[in-house]
Design a protein around this ligand. Structure first.
Ligand code: MLT
Ligand code: MN
Ligand code: ZN
Length: 296
């Protein structure tokens, strides 16, 4: 299985267009690597590729990735579809970039499918796509020899969902376990994790690679940024540090390659020279640049 990290920043990207914080300024000045919004691509056979989320930066991400070049026919593409982990704007708006591509298959949990129904109706007018339940019993098999199961990891409802009407019920945020039947390699993809569950822990214990929510380093790092920090806890991302943080949890899974993604522009992990980055490296947890490829 090959996994390409198309983008590794949280919503807004890095630098964020309207942010003048120290980290964003350093990225703008070319002192830190810029990052596009979180999204990945995976294949079992090198011919059939599947997106993990669809970021607003998708067009640039696809055109920068040689493996995803179209051809040989004028509208042939190795892209077969998209697996959504949630309905957040930074994970679904890239679907609009794919409009008109024939025959894509989109997997999502029931509340995500429900809230995207109007977008789906609009996209279907460009080219009909097949939408499937990511949580269907027994999981699903993707072209290219990948077997996938989805696992609930959070309940955060996106801000754009109106609060007045009862929201669709069910798990809003999921992780994916992707297994390559040929190599036996197992990827756990979890860019949005509200809290560490036993189920997630079990998934990680059997994984060869974990691509994990690294949005925030600390529980209060939004404080001091332009927005007030009050809402950070409600954003559905467990921080890296602290007794209940992800780094402590990942320390139990040294058998897997562990990589942080979905990094917010406030996160000191963005700076390779930061103490935070040194701490993660000490634990063997990686932060990789956009475009990095993993083989498992
Ligand atoms: C998140 O990951 O918490 C969301 O993408 C934030 C947002 O952009 O609304
Ligand atoms: Mn996000
Ligand atoms: Zn910033």
């Amino acid at each position: 299985m090959r996994v390409v990290l198309l983008g590794t920043a949280a919503g807004g990207g890095f630098p964020q267009w309207n942010c003048a914080c120290e980290l964003c300024t350093a990225a703008r000045d070319g002192e830190l690597p810029s990052r596009t919004q979180e999204c990945a691509a995976v294949t079992g056979n090198g011919r059939d590729w599947w997106l993990l989320n669809a970021s607003p930066d998708l067009r640039a991400q696809l055109t920068a990735t040689p493996a995803l070049r179209p051809g040989p026919g004028p509208r042939d593409t190795p892209l077969r579809g998209v697996l959504l982990t949630d309905a957040e704007a930074d994970h679904v708006t890239g679907l609009a970039e794919l409009r008109g591509a024939a025959g894509l298959k989109i997997y999502a949990a029931p509340p995500v499918r429900a809230v995207l129904a109007p977008a789906r109706a609009a996209l279907d007018r460009y080219a009909p796509w097949e939408w499937a339940d990511s949580l269907a019993d027994g999981g699903f098999v993707l072209a290219g020899g990948l077997v996938v199961t989805a696992h609930p990891v959070g309940a955060k409802i996106p801000k754009y969902v109106p609060a007045q009407v009862p929201p669709p019920a069910g798990p809003w945020v999921t992780a994916y376990r992707v297994e390559d039947l040929a190599s036996g390699g197992v990827l756990v993809y979890a860019p949005c994790v509200a809290s560490w569950s036993e189920e997630l822990d079990e998934l990680c214990s059997e994984a060869d690679c974990v691509l994990l929510d690294g949005t925030f380093c600390t529980a209060d790092e939004m404080r001091g940024a332009v927005r007030s920090g009050a809402g950070q806890a409600a954003m559905g991302h467990l921080p890296v540090t602290g007794p209940d943080g992800s780094l402590a949890a990942l320390a139990r899974h040294r058998g897997a390659r562990r990589v942080y993604t979905h990094l917010n522009n406030t996160n000191p992990l963005l700076d390779p020279a930061s103490p935070a980055r040194a701490r993660a490296a000490e634990e063997g947890v990686e932060v990789l640049p956009d475009g990095a490829e993993l083989v498992l």
